[in-house]
Design a protein around this ligand. Structure first.
Ligand SMILES: Cc1ncc(COP(=O)(O)O)c(C=O)c1O
Length: 564
């Protein structure tokens, strides 16, 4: 299988090339991952770390994007980490999670795939393994953290057990189920109007004002050491030689902890990070040799959707891990088939990476371990997963056929598709302007060649057909759109990434209307970080630059496609 492995940019695709970054000016105010700078009379935001384009990395599923570890044992601090992990007091709140064989998948792959079931923890994720050593005085003053997810629940439970007051700052968009469960665990929830960055800045400020200990989600030696206990358990639980341990990577605390233990006691075991293709901050940072901020992140696997990895976690990963593979969305279904358990997308990521890696390298008769890191999922997310499952697992194909609208054409179309093809969904729209009709349809299919033959057959019958199955845009939106192309002039189709802030939709409509006609909107929330929004706008060609200015001022990431 050919490996496509490029870091593409407009000017270069070399693996070793480094982009030019804008010169920095004096930083005056720091707020999480951005810095405010003054330039003459204006103040604006720049990032203190270079920004990398999320979409500049492409590689085959399962290909190990290598890291070349320097040091091999965590450097000077490696021994200290080992001691801290061995002495970490996480078992006040966490259990030793089971290591289970995924027997069906193991049989299919010819590899023993072991699952380290961190989704079995009391808060349904590993996030309660944070080995904080707080003095009596610190416990009395209390702790504070900001999180919309698993970290919040871990801190709430651990604090409750230690009899310590915990404030958990969460974005107001956090699903009720999540913040209520934090409250049930004893946390005092503060809902902030704006997104994660503001919540974090607020939590840090309150920590300073009230003398509380701020508990960061990943970038702290105690957090890393606590999570290293997972490595310690795996090493004890699996006596046979381990080829690799696959670990989901967000900010890098989990993998840094596991690597800090394993590379000390069993350096031959590969430690492989798994990141989603659309949230790959660790692999990009390893590539450039320093931390970078991603220009955007996808939020399907919201537990790992971070724009920038931690400083300490990156230092450890650079020294210890063997590389990163990119995972896909399919492993949630594998896990369901295997154990009848549903993981959250981030929780299934390592399994996806392990499976893809075994297939890519044709691994046989080895032991690999995947950390199933969490199972906190709500019904919205479940709905989305079930919808994506069939398309993602290539059990159905999405096709579009464009045909001349004339008597009998729909019948001709149906005949070409054939009587045995099972339609799952069918959308037909007549475009009166050029007398063409668009049919958008989903069909169940078994093999790739079957599908290719169908597309070919349609094309030779002058029914221009395209296979849209692998297009995420289609997976995310087409199911919910009625009709196809409309009879409008100058219609642009744009895909915006909204932050999950109340009012984003209104702000967008306000930005363009009434200057231009908004002809289509499809918004679907896809997690607590943001949403993909498809917007159709009628913009005459000579107004396109003005439109671009307007879209840029709006401040949301977008791509635009002229569909005419
Ligand atoms: C379920 C789940 N898996 C993996 C991760 C990634 O952990 P880290 O940020 O330490 O890399 C997280 C982080 O919160 C998570 O919630």
């Amino acid at each position: 299988m050919a490996t496509l492995f490029t870091f593409a940019s407009s000017t270069t695709t070399s693996r070793f090339s480094r982009p030019n970054f804008p010169a920095r000016t004096t930083a005056i105010i720091t707020c999480s991952d951005t810095v405010k700078i003054a330039n003459n009379s204006k103040t604006f935001l720049i990032s203190p770390l270079p920004v990398a384009s999320l979409n500049s990395l492409r590689c085959d599923p399962g290909y190990l994007i290598p890291n070349y570890p320097v040091g091999g044992n965590g450097g000077d601090s490696g021994f200290q980490y080992l001691i801290n992990i061995l002495g970490a007091r996480v078992y006040d709140v966490a259990h030793e999670s089971p290591l289970q064989l995924a027997s069906k998948l193991s049989q299919k792959l010819g590899v023993n795939v072991w699952l380290k079931r961190e989704d079995f923890q009391p808060v349904f994720s590993f996030k309660l393994r944070e080995a904080y050593k707080l003095s009596e005085e610190e416990l009395k003053r209390g702790v504070i953290c900001s999180s919309a997810g698993n970290h919040a629940q871990g801190v709430a439970l651990a604090s409750h057990k230690l009899g310590c007051n915990a404030i958990i700052v969460m974005p107001v968009t956090t699903p009720e189920m999540k913040w209520k469960s934090v409250e049930r665990l004893g946390g005092n929830v503060v809902l902030m109007r704006d997104a994660y960055d503001e919540s974090q800045a607020y939590a840090k400020k309150r920590a300073e004002e009230e003398g509380r200990t701020f508990i960061p989600p990943f970038d702290h030696p105690d957090v890393i050491a606590g999570q290293g206990t997972i490595g310690m358990e795996i090493n004890r639980q699996l006596k046979d030689k381990i080829h690799a341990i696959f670990v989901p990577v967000g900010g890098g605390g989990l993998i840094a902890g596991i690597a800090s233990y394993i590379k000390r006691v069993a350096p031959d075991v590969k430690i492989i990070g798994v990141e989603p293709c659309d949230a790959n901050a660790m692999v990009m940072s390893l590539h450039y040799g320093h931390r970078v901020i991603l220009d955007q992140v996808g939020n399907f696997a919201d537990g790992v959707a971070v724009k920038v990895v931690g400083e300490e976690t990156f230092r450890l990963c650079k020294e210890l891990i063997d590389g990163v593979v990119l995972g896909n969305r399919n492993a949630i279904c594998d896990m369901f088939e295997e154990k009848r358990n549903i993981l959250e997308p981030a929780g299934a990521l390592a399994l996806a990476g392990a499976e893809a890696y075994c297939k890519y390298y044709g691994l046989k008769d080895e032991n690999v371990v995947a950390i199933t890191s969490g199972a906190n999922i709500n019904f919205d997310r479940l709905r989305l997963i079930s919808k994506l499952a069939d398309a993602g697992r290539n059990r159905e194909a999405v096709l579009a056929t464009c045909m001349l609208e004339e008597p009998g054409s729909l019948k001709r179309f149906c005949k070409q598709v054939g009587p045995t093809m099972k339609f799952i969904e069918f959308k037909y729209r007549y475009d009166s302007r050029d007398e063409k009709a668009l049919v958008l349809y989903r069909v169940a299919h078994q093999t790739k060649s079957e599908l290719e033959a169908l597309v070919e057959k349609m094309r030779s019958a002058k029914l221009h057909t395209v296979n849209l199955t692998d297009k995420d845009l289609v997976k995310d939106h087409s199911r919910h759109l009625t009709g196809g192309r409309s009879n409008l002039h100058n219609e642009l189709l744009c895909r915006f990434t909204f932050p999950k802030k109340a009012g984003a939709l209104l702000k967008t409509v306000d930005a363009f209307s009434p200057r231009w006609n908004v002809s289509l909107i499809h918004y679907r929330a896809q997690g607590h970080i943001g949403a993909n929004v498809l917007v159709g706008i009628q913009v005459p060609q000579d107004e396109f630059d003005e439109f671009q200015d307007c879209a840029r001022r709006l401040g949301y990431k977008y791509v635009v496609k002229n569909i005419k």
